[in-house]
Design a protein around this ligand. Structure first.
Ligand code: GTP
Ligand code: ZN
Length: 303
């Protein structure tokens, strides 16, 4: 079929899902199946792209607009693209089941190093027995300046929407969370017809049964989008240099440059200002341990 009107013009779209080297782009009200030229597959969900139509519902990606931010996911010892142009990252945790600090801090490091704001969403506040202890566990992050928002998607859906809507406005927000935290419940509240959209995306990309395993973007308004990243995407942090890592721990900032050695790794060095702060409790030991672990991991990278 020849679509004469669009034949030689370029259109602008947003990548809303990716599966292998097949992409789906939202162009106004339409969803177009896209491929890249050649073997390139460096397109990420959230990318703004220039497209050339090849049929009524297909197009070729001509170019990718400059990215404001880029998040990576981990794939063995490699980092692959997770999402582009994200402005804020919401980490969903719950009173129950338990969450791990390791995953929260890794997500925070990913956000910091990408220049993306990070917020923590505490869901299931209706499970009151577990609430005090959960709040206390999140205190370390709140003290670091990461906003913590309390919601209950199930018990207080309207209040949950009221909490989210102003936060989402004008932003591209990625939601991540370990299984069972209630991320799907939240998405279904704030994105009406999310299920329909996922089925549509899945059919267009022919992902078969893998409907829940791909990252997808929901366009809410011109300047507002939500990205649902299923499962708990391990963030790719292998590409971070030592300098980027130490800066991704925002509580290290007052101490950087104050160690005896200008190239201090903050591991076991004498007169290390960071270690001194860990020792006197100004830096949480748990956070420093993760820094050590990430430093170790980034030295293990294969390429
Ligand atoms: N008590 C309570 N339960 C909730 C709340 N929100 C979600 N749940 C329940 O928590 C369970 C997990 O919710 P989901 O929305 O499926 O969680 P998810 O994080 O998407 O989990 P996966 O689908 O495994 O990734 C379900 O049984 C929900 O009914 C809440 O506010 N309070
Ligand atoms: Zn040091």
């Amino acid at each position: 079929m020849i679509v004469s009107a669009q034949k030689n013009t370029t259109e602008v779209g947003t990548i809303i899902a990716a599966h292998g080297r097949h992409y789906l782009a939202q162009v106004g009200e339409e969803k177009l199946q896209c491929v890249t030229r050649g073997k390139k597959s460096d397109v990420a969900v959230g990318d703004r792209v220039n497209l050339k139509r090849t049929s009524a519902n297909q197009a070729v990606i001509e170019s990718i607009a400059e990215r404001k931010t880029l998040l990576y996911r981990s794939d063995q010892y490699k980092s692959k693209l997770l999402a582009a142009n994200v402005t804020q990252l919401f980490i969903v945790v719950a009173t129950e089941p338990g969450f791990t600090d390791d995953l929260i801090s890794r997500a925070l490091v990913a956000a910091e190093s990408a220049g993306v704001d990070a917020h923590i969403i505490l869901n299931k506040t209706d499970i009151e027995a577990a609430l005090p202890r959960t709040r206390q566990r999140l205190e370390v992050y709140r003290k670091l300046g990461y906003p913590v928002h309390e919601v209950s998607a199930q018990a207080h859906p309207d209040a949950t929407c009221d909490t989210f809507m102003p936060l989402l406005q004008g932003q591209t927000t990625i939601l991540i969370g370990q299984s069972g935290m209630g991320k799907s419940s939240i998405i279904n509240l704030i994105v009406p017809d999310a299920d329909i959209a996922v089925r549509e995306i899945s059919a267009a990309l022919d992902t078969g049964k893998h409907t829940t395993t791909f990252t997808r973007l929901y366009v809410m308004a011109d300047d507002t989008a939500i990205i649902d990243s299923p499962g708990f995407q391990e963030f790719g942090l292998y590409q971070l240099s030592e300098g980027m890592l130490e800066r991704a721990f925002r509580e290290f900032a007052p101490y950087l440059g104050k160690c005896r050695f200008y190239n201090c790794h903050h591991l076991t060095e004498p007169d290390c200002a960071v270690l001194a702060a860990v020792k006197n409790g100004d830096i949480a030991a748990m956070r420093h341990q993760l820094y050590v672990q990430l430093l170790h991991e980034s030295s293990q990278k294969l390429y």
